[in-house]
Design a protein around this ligand. Structure first.
Ligand code: ADP
Ligand code: MG
Length: 556
């Protein structure tokens, strides 16, 4: 049992290959990933020590150390956090535990190319070490375990790794990277320091480096390289945009900037801080329609990391939001079960939703271009809120934009408020049509009569629209109606004309009914059309043809 060689899971080899190739132009990311693991390990220890303070005995000063060795050509990242037992090493490094990674792999074999932007989101962070190293050694000991329970893991990243028992004097984990031949730049302290300040400045634990004496580390003199304070706990006025963006990138494992953020402190019967970001582009999972990868919103209590709690703190339709919630008044020993039925948390959640909707309203009003970017990435996700969040239905509806017969072609730029602003005197209905595509909606014969009367019609062609509109029957006191459904409103002159037409067409209708038989409910003269001779229409409560088709495709 002392020493053994094991094979990586087949998927690990695949991930390794992808990671090393797709991260090639962002090499220094490995340091961010290893430091982020070290910081997670310190968070975990601090959390576990709440229940068992003896875990931090002898060394309560949680920290991360980065050093280099020009002769051995190694760099190492060390933390005195939670550490790993032998079983944990096997489970966490060398297998792919998260379902996210599996889906990631499946997806990459499909239409999406390996994209560096997506890596860290899937718990493949550790493997980025192999971008610059041809051998990685992990030496670790779990907090609370004796020195002899240490473990040494080593691999060249080619399919196998070795594991052996080791005597490890200090609690925590050291990751040693044996650099590839052409990666000497990372043997310079300023390269390491630069990468740390760029990507890991916000890390809440001190990241320390030894002084540089003629290129060599001096282990007698350590300095803290990052600012090591919880960014969200600082005053807004003291935080630069760059600091906000760097924090976002580390938090969201994103290479892109955030589109916008909102940072708020609530004081009162319940005090808490929220820092919430809207990304610029949808994360991978969202593009895949995924729902269970719910990372990205971290719950802290008095600056102690408690857990990823996106599910407890945000409704599903805001699952793209990333950020931090730090509550002052929750008990530190909360469990997920407690959180799910906690009234304080309900209030915090409501504030998060309000914060995000306020932010989106502000962008919609002040920065239309940014808002268009947001809608392109997340507009359809937001529409789910119409169904999910009855309380905020009207606020969400206000943010939506559609193509329209009076809009700019296929561009989705018309809001319900724009529509209402253009309504004719006395018009009390917002008309829309749904179809598979913009072209089908715009070309629908159902629109003719309304167009002839110069009445605007919203053209809806996203998959979620039909479902959403089932829940949105009204906006600002105006009824929403599908052009294809039910009877058409007529003015008096039209009515007379239609009666005359109906009488004249009676024999034709009889004949059409006889020909079509059971395939139609009714054949009648319609006021809908001006140019086309005929169209299919639905009764008020019939399913739209496009939704019926969707359901048929889904086998219902
Ligand atoms: P992620 O951090 O997204 O879970 P990683 O590939 O970065 O994915 O790390 C995989 C797992 O290995 C972590 O979840 C953690 O359990 C374990 N691990 C990595 N580094 C450390 C460390 N320094 N201390 C303790 N555990 C670690
Ligand atoms: Mg990680």
């Amino acid at each position: 049992m002392s020493q053994e060689t094991r094979k990586f899971e087949a998927e690990v080899a695949q991930v390794l290959h992808l990671v090393t190739h797709s991260l090639y132009s962002h090499k220094e990311i490995f340091l961010r990933e290893l430091i982020s693991n070290a910081s997670d390990a310190c968070d975990k220890l601090r959390f576990e020590a709440l229940a068992d303070p003896s875990l931090t005995d002898g060394d309560a000063d949680l920290r991360i150390q980065v050093t280099w060795d020009p002769e051995a050509r190694t760099i190492s990242v060390r933390d005195n956090g939670i550490g790993m037992s032998r079983d944990e090493v096997v489970a966490n490094i060398g297998t792919i535990a998260s379902s996210g990674t599996r889906r990631y792999l499946e997806a990459l074999s499909g239409e999406h190319k390996a994209d560096a932007r997506l890596i860290g989101q899937f718990g493949v962070g550790f493997y980025s070490a192999f971008v610059v190293a041809d051998k990685v050694t992990v030496i670790t000991r779990r907090a609370g375990q004796p020195e002899v329970a240490g473990v040494r893991w080593e691999s060249d990243g080619k399919g196998e790794y070795t594991l052996e028992d080791a005597n490890v004097t200090e609690r925590g984990t050291t990751v040693v990277l044996h650099l590839k031949a052409d990666e000497d730049e990372f043997l310079r302290s300023w390269t390491l320091r630069g990468a740390i300040t760029k990507y890991s400045d916000h890390v809440a634990f001190p990241i320390r480096m030894p002084a540089d004496k003629d290129g060599k580390p001096d282990p007698t003199e350590w300095t803290t390289v990052n600012s090591a304070s919880a960014l969200w706990s600082r005053a807004k006025s003291e935080i630069s945009d760059e600091e906000y963006q760097n924090f976002y990138k580390a938090l969201g494992h994103d290479f892109n900037d955030a589109l916008a953020w909102t940072h708020n402190r609530v004081e009162g019967s319940q005090s808490f801080t929220t820092l919430l970001y809207v990304p610029e582009q949808p994360p991978f999972d969202l593009m895949m329609g995924g729902r269970d990868e719910r990372k990205g919103l971290k719950l802290y209590i008095k600056r102690v990391f408690i857990m990823d709690a996106a599910e407890e703190l945000l409704p599903n339709y805001l699952r793209f939001v990333r950020g931090v919630v730090d509550a002052d008044d929750l008990p530190l020993n909360v469990s997920r079960e407690i959180l799910q039925h906690n009234r304080q948390l309900e209030q915090i959640k409501a504030r998060c939703v309000k914060g995000v909707l306020d932010l989106l309203e502000r962008i919609a009003r002040d920065e239309p271009e940014k808002f268009a970017t947001f809608l392109a990435g997340f507009g359809n996700t937001l529409k789910e809120g119409i169904v999910e969040d009855a309380t905020n239905r009207e606020r969400i509806a206000k943010l939506l934009r559609f193509a329209s017969t009076k809009g700019e072609g296929a561009a989705k730029t018309v809001s319900f408020d724009d529509y209402i602003g253009r309504m004719a005197v006395g018009q009390d209905t917002i008309w829309y049509v749904t179809a598979d595509s913009y072209a089908a909606a715009a070309g629908s014969p159902q629109l003719e009569a309304l167009k002839a009367k110069d009445i605007e019609v919203l053209l809806m062609s996203d998959r979620v629209d039909e479902w959403m509109l089932g829940y949105l029957t009204e906006y600002a006191g105006k009824r929403l109606r599908n052009v294809a459904k039910g009877d058409f409103p007529l003015d008096e002159a039209d009515k007379a004309k239609q009666e005359a037409a109906a009488t004249a067409a009676a024999p034709l209708l009889e004949r059409a009914k006889a020909l079509l038989g059971d395939r139609v409910k009714e054949v009648r003269v319609s006021a809908r059309l001006t140019d086309s001779p005929s169209c299919l229409a639905l009764a008020d409560f019939d399913m739209a043809p496009h939704l019926a088709r969707l359901l048929r495709e889904a086998g219902q």
